[in-house]
Design a protein around this ligand. Sequence first.
Ligand code: GLN
Length: 198
Amino acid sequence: MRIGVIALQGNVEEHVDALSRVFDGEVVKIKHKGIVPSCDAIVIPGGESTTLCRLAWSEGIAQEIIARAHAGMPILGTCAGLILLASRGDDEVRKTGQKLLGLMDTTVDRNAFGRQRESFEAALELPFINNGPFDAVFIRAPAIISAGDGVEVLARLDDFIVAAKQGNIVALAFHPELTNDTRVHEYFMEIVKNQSEN
Ligand code: GLN
């Protein structure tokens, strides 16, 4: 199996490391079009969502991700990745001109936690992991502010949704790749294995 990490910008190496610890197949970095179609799953890391969006579309990677997602390919999006996956951003307010991938029926606020809480950690109870809460690292974190019926809410913090799943797509407002705890990546690999057996 082959997992791709979108490597246009952001926390790429950290995801590659985390995946390598829980998965013995191939992990590839995706900078150009032509690779996504051969991947069994992809990870969209955190970074700066406007830059990520712009590059994903201009490189032709966004179009490939959308096509594979419609065919059931699992995707893990963290932080800025959660923004890209959404259908609705906060463009109305901030006029960022972001063109999102629209793969989840979610509305996101790209800086939900504001300047006061630029970066923080929270112990999150996640329904898919055992053995205690997950130490979630939030950095200029976005959040899902509303979600359609097809979206399963996995975790909330304050009034926000910070982890959600729709079909084979998982979006997290935090950075599981920045801790040594690999339980979130293990969970994602379960989804990937189940999909490949179908
Ligand atoms: N808030 C950031 C953005 O709008 C995302 C932050 C992150 O990925 N660490 O792009």
